[in-house]
Design a protein around this ligand. Sequence first.
Ligand code: SAH
Length: 335
Amino acid sequence: MNIKEAIDLYKCASTKELSKIANDIVKKNYSDDVFIRGLIEFSNYCDMDCLYCGIRKSNGKAVRYRLTDEEVIDTVKFGLDANIKTFVLQSGEDYKYNVEKLSKLVYKIKKITGAETAITLSCGLMNRDDYKELKDSGCDRYLMRFETSDENLYSYLKKGQSLKTRLKGLENLKNLGFEVGSGFMVGLPGETIETGINNALLCKELELDMIGIGPFIPHDETPLKKEAPGSLDTILRTTALLRILLPYSNIPATTATGSIDALGREKALSCGANVLMPNITPAKYKKNYLIYPGKICLDESGSECISRLSERVVSVGKKISYERGDSISYTIMKQ
Ligand code: SAH
């Protein structure tokens, strides 16, 4: 299906029809496998002040924490015992966790996990040299959402920053050989159906290896507290469109999607998603990584989180794969 046909379908087909087409593509490319990534939210300090985000710098009510290297490594070890082969380390833009400290941490983790385990970082925008240092230290993948393809909306939400700079960051990551993930929020204030389509088209243009999307959820301690959240239906339709446009990329069913609907992640897995990210951050910290309210799994330990996810996966006729799950697009590109 070409791009125009995919967009026409997105505009005209029912969610059920879209989901059937997207799920057929997933089945063809991934069989029933759902890859898992162990998510470690290692710091919620952030120097940014994004209007939508609960851990923005000016939220004085956020309870801040930072895991020590040892705590991160212990969490990775726990994940390895649970058979996880990909770890995603996410944080705010915490300048105390500078590139030197991060590279050392990645190097230490890689020494323990061995080469076949993939390390993903998601720590925001840095310059090319810093990304290079992270790559050289053994980091395999990087996640950084572009949030919205609407330049004006982007710069409003990120207090004057430019979308172009963020996209340049993604280009640098790609050129350095990272497996690159990005994505956007669905239902941001001021967004139209065209914004949603342009968001998906930008993912296609960037040839992303991973695409994470989730509904915007208003947080009470942010300037957007009175805005409406994104809808599950739009998430599902957009997930299906992304799968049609990017048949070989990894698409997670995100925690935010599971937070607006108890079966949100299962529904996303039936609509084109093929990845789940159990949150294995130590329980005493994870309740404070509150980028949006109502986040699920906060009272679960890492192992509870993983075992509940397996049940969810089975309920939609799929099974967890413990492979490291490089994106097919990345594997093809490397050959
Ligand atoms: N500092 C990193 C990680 C940011 S938090 C970075 O800049 O990439 C991870 C993601 O949470 C963000 O990219 C954003 O898409 C999402 N997010 C933040 N606030 C949100 C909200 N109120 N509702 C839904 N998603 C949100």
